[in-house]
Write a protein that binds this ligand. Structure first.
Ligand code: ZN
Length: 352
């Protein structure tokens, strides 16, 4: 399957943090094709294993982690008149919400829209005010009594968006953060079918990154890999965004550099990208956090960790935009990195 179709299928499946089941089934279906074993664990992470060719008693392994969950909304109250009040699950910019179509994932899925007060009816001074979550409501067209049979406090709400193909290999949708990373997992395993590798590869679509980093933490503890790599998205460049904090789309994945990442892993990525002429960028990040990489690094006694990110515009919106080439390059770099893992590199990691 082409990356574009894979990404479309992955982004269309709901997977709000803590409730990743639908997205998990899709991720599992695709990972299964290229792995020896796959399962969904008790906390919602999908764990795929592709065994390496190593022999001997102690098996070495690398863990790749891309988060499965997405940001979303949750019902806090059913108002008289049938309007639903909401709160966010994960970091949502409230200003993008008015006017959005949503699906309320109750006992049955029902359509709704996030309403906003018409400009004609706003009080003086109200139009310039920053919108708060408390100002918003979902209108489903149903009465309170009708809704009470289907919706509870705590019912999840998915913000709708259409997977849109733009020009020059760009695509846009919600939940690209981080289904793009899950697509990288599938594509990396696919490429490893044609590349000999000694180490076992665990490809994990992790649950709950957006709220706590839970899935990365629990699966790294269970699997105890020798090395772990997080695959996520980073800020794409665009109008009004500082060049220092953003990365152009189409110039390759960004390799994380900073205390959260083992210097030998960062260097190995840079060397291999140079050797194989894979376009790439360097993302200097002086503080840990913001991705699964921190949960991986501090697992048990500490795991040498790396991060590779896909540049993405409009992060945490319904039009998260990226370039497909960056996904392919990310998978290519990872598959080469994995194929070159050996006991010599394992030793190098010990001497910082
Ligand atoms: Zn993310």
């Amino acid at each position: 399957m082409e990356i574009k179709e894979l990404l479309k299928e992955l982004t269309e499946a709901p997977g709000i943090s803590g409730y990743e089941m639908d997205a998990g089934q899709i991720a599992m279906k695709h990972l299964k094709q290229y792995s020896d074993e796959v399962e969904i664990d008790k906390l919602g992470s999908v764990i795929a294993l592709k065994r390496g060719d190593q022999t001997g008693e102690k098996r070495h392994s690398i863990m790749l982690a891309a988060h499965l969950d997405e940001i979303g909304l949750m019902v806090t109250k059913i108002e008289d008149g049938g309007f639903l009040r909401i709160t966010s699950v994960g970091g949502i910019d409230v200003t993008i919400l008015p006017g959005q179509a949503v699906t309320v994932l109750g006992k049955e899925a029902i359509k709704g829209v996030i309403g906003a007060k018409p400009p004609h009816l706003q009080e003086p001074g109200e139009s310039g005010r920053v919108i708060q979550m408390e100002d918003l409501y979902i209108d489903t067209g149903r009465k309170k009594e009708e809704l009470e049979d289907i919706v509870n406090v705590g019912t999840l709400v998915r913000i709708e968006s259409e997977f849109t193909e733009l020009s020059n290999g760009c695509v846009s949708s919600m939940a690209m953060d981080d289904r793009a990373g899950v697509a990288v997992l599938v594509e990396t395993l696919r490429r490893l079918k044609e590349r000999k590798h000694d180490w076992d590869v665990y490809a994990i679509a992790t649950s709950q990154e957006e709220v706590s980093g839970l899935g990365a933490r629990t699966t790294a503890f269970r699997l105890q890999p020798d090395i772990a790599i997080a695959i996520d998205v980073t800020f794409g460049d665009g109008p009004g965004i500082s060049e220092r904090k953003a990365y152009p789309l189409g110039k390759g994945p960004a390799i994380g550099l900073g205390p959260n990442f083992h210097p030998k892993i960062t260097q190995r990525f840079r060397d291999l990208a140079g050797e194989y002429e894979i376009p790439h960028q360097i993302e200097a990040d002086p503080y840990p956090g913001g991705t699964d990489a921190y949960s991986l690094q501090v697992s048990r006694a500490g795991i040498p960790t790396g991060l590779i990110s896909i540049p993405l515009r409009n992060m945490h919106s319904t039009v998260e935009t990226l370039k497909l080439d960056d996904i392919k390059r990310c998978a290519e770099l990872l598959s080469i990195f994995i194929a070159r893992l050996d006991s010599k590199f394992q030793e190098e990691l010990k001497c910082l």
